[in-house]
Design a protein around this ligand. Structure first.
Ligand SMILES: [Zn+2]
Length: 176
């Protein structure tokens, strides 16, 4: 499905081990250092000033923490929607047994992008990994695609990475 990007997990034994299963990639401009980008063409419309709205969301504090982390970079500003702004990004929870993903970012032309957390699988993660998931998905919202360089938030699989790595820095700076 176009615009559907999953960050997925498989549990191995009872340890915190995660394996990426699949990612349906949306086309984007390639960049250096393994960077690719999503919904690049719409960037001037909304992606440099993102107002989000929480819907029945369990992870408000983690979202706010992730927002502040990404806002430390310039120029994209992420803030909560007000009556004076238009919503650019929706957060939802879902409870889906049998699915392998902890969260996904969904972007379709003509509709608000959304980040959806699958609580069933999020609950199998420790707090650090949950922060990793939230920060990773918001990275998609600012237009970054995931990649395969570990030690970065935008690494394709769930990890315990909660700070930017050098490839995160490179991709963001190249994108913006
Ligand atoms: Zn991803």
């Amino acid at each position: 499905m176009k615009g559907f990007i999953f960050i997925t997990v498989l549990l191995l034994l009872s340890t915190v081990s995660f394996t990426h299963v699949s990612a349906t990639l949306e086309g984007g401009s390639g960049g250096g250092g393994g960077c690719t980008y999503i919904h690049y063409e719409d960037a001037t419309d909304w992606a440099d000033n993102i107002q989000y709205k929480l819907h029945n969301n369990t992870y408000e504090e983690r979202i706010e923490s992730a927002r502040d982390l990404w806002n430390a970079k310039s120029p994209v500003v992420i803030s909560e929607d007000t009556i004076w702004t238009a919503i650019d990004l929706d957060f939802y929870d879902e409870y889906l047994t049998g699915a392998t993903y902890a969260a996904y970012y969904n972007y379709d032309e003509g509709d608000n992008p959304e980040i959806v957390f699958n609580i069933v699988n999020m609950l199998t993660l420790n707090g650090t990994a949950r922060d990793n998931v939230v920060r990773h998905e918001i990275g998609h919202a600012v237009g970054l695609h995931h990649h395969y360089i570990s030690g970065n938030i935008m690494y394709y699989a769930v990890s315990l990475q909660v700070d930017f790595g050098s490839t995160d820095d490179l991709c963001y700076a190249t994108r913006w």
